[in-house]
Structures are given as structure tokens and as C-alpha cells.
Design a protein around this ligand. Structure first.
Ligand code: ZN
Ligand code: ZN
Length: 230
């Protein structure tokens, strides 16, 4: 039963062919987390301890501040600021060690985010589930095969899950199918990039760019860095 929490959403995004399935899953999880954190969850002491400690990255600060519940946001950020003050100025500021410790705290804080942590934990389970479904469910293999591509950060995580969760026999099969999807897409994209660059060649002046070459740069950016998510 517990397993269905993950198999249902994974099957759902893999049933469509529209960009990277894990990016769509990420967006759903992100919207849910933002909704939850700006609702009742924000007032729960356990969760507040976590948001005080980890804070929010720039992307998620923007998203929580766009939600209408300004009181929830104000209270959460107020106690987060209290914790930052305690960490920065709670000890003596006069020693070099203290400066280094403060610098390292701020560096960690900049990379940390309560929402990113939550999503990341769920995404881990989603990658493990995709690999599990690949092993168990023939229908899922067909769905995997029919995906247009995986963005590179998510393809990396999918491979990592496969390297840990599949026997070597299944890994080979997985690499053949998922690798084929990815390689075909990269090859086609390279072709479109080549056509795009060739448009600037004086010999082709006046040529109208095809659909593929017109969208090549945007598609390559989506492949390399879909949003801020990793
Ligand atoms: Zn993706
Ligand atoms: Zn974040």
C-alpha cells in the first residue's frame, strides 16, 4: 500500500510524452510543498524548527512570498531570522575561528532549503520506484521507451538509481532502453544545433530556419538545466 504512494505518480507522468517526466513530477511535488508549507504546516513546531534551521533558497523564497498568506510567511521568516542572529552573533565575534565558522555557516545556509530538501527526499523515492517498475512491469518498459528524453540532471539520477537498484542483467536492459531514448534525443538535438549554426553561414543567407533549428538552443538549455532544479 505504502508503495502505491510512489508507483501511482510515477506511472502517471510516464503515461504522457511531454518533455522530461521527472521534471513534471518535480513541478507537482514543488507545488504541493509550497501549498503545504504556506498552510497549516507552517505553524507546526516540528516543521518550524526545520524551516528556522534550513531556510529557503532564492527560488522557493520567491514562491512562498508569492502566496497570499502573508502572516504565515511573516511568522516563519521572523523565527528564521532569530535563528540566523543566534548563529551569527550568539558567540564571540573577535576570533579568526569565529569568522571562519560564521562564513562556513553562511555558505551552508545559502545552499540549504527546507523545500528543496523535502522535494529531494521524495524525488529519490520516485527514481527508485521508476527502476523498480522497470524490473516488474512490462507496460512500464514501453512507457519508458516512449519518453522523448530526460533532462541531464534527472537522467543522471535515474542512472544512479539503476546502478543501485537493478541486477547487472536488468541494468544492461535498462541502459539499452533508457540510453537509446537519451542518445536519440541528443543526436537529433546536435543535428538541429548544427543546422542553427549553419544559418549564420553566408552561403545559406536567406534560408528560412526550420522548426528544429529555431527551437534548438531553448531545448538544449532545458536539457542541461531545467529551471533551477537538480
Ligand atoms: Zn528533468
Ligand atoms: Zn529550495
Amino acid at each position: 500500500m505504502q508503495e502505491k504512494i510512489y508507483t501511482i505518480p510515477v506511472n502517471e507522468v510516464f503515461s504522457q510524452q511531454d518533455g522530461c517526466p521527472f521534471c513534471r513530477l518535480f513541478e507537482k511535488l514543488e507545488a504541493r510543498e509550497i501549498d503545504t508549507i504556506m498552510g497549516a504546516a507552517m505553524m507546526e513546531p516540528d516543521i518550524r524548527m526545520e524551516t528556522n534551521r534550513h531556510g529557503f533558497c532564492g527560488r522557493h523564497l520567491q514562491q512562498v512570498s508569492a502566496v497570499k498568506n502573508r502572516l504565515s510567511l511573516g511568522l516563519t521568516l521572523d523565527t528564521h531570522l532569530q535563528e540566523i542572529r543566534k548563529n551569527l552573533f550568539g558567540k564571540s565575534l573577535l576570533s579568526g575561528k569565529s569568522a571562519a565558522a560564521q562564513a562556513s555557516y553562511l555558505k551552508e545556509l545559502k545552499q540549504d532549503c527546507y523545500v528543496c530538501r523535502r522535494i529531494d527526499g521524495f524525488m529519490d523515492k520516485m527514481f527508485q520506484t521508476a527502476v523498480l517498475l522497470f524490473e516488474r512491469d512490462w507496460e512500464f518498459r514501453k512507457k519508458l521507451e516512449s519518453q522523448p528524453f530526460f533532462c541531464l540532471p534527472h537522467y543522471g539520477r535515474l542512472l544512479e538509481a539503476a546502478s543501485k537498484g537493478l541486477s547487472s542483467k536488468h541494468q544492461k536492459e535498462f541502459l539499452r532502453i533508457a540510453g537509446q531514448v537519451e542518445e536519440n534525443y541528443l543526436n537529433a538535438l546536435q543535428q538541429d544545433m548544427g543546422d542553427f549554426v549553419a544559418l549564420f553561414d553566408y552561403r545559406s543567407s536567406g534560408a528560412q530556419p526550420g522548426e528544429g533549428s529555431r527551437t534548438a538552443i531553448e531545448r538544449l538549455i532545458t536539457l542541461l538545466a531545467p529551471g533551477d532544479q537538480n
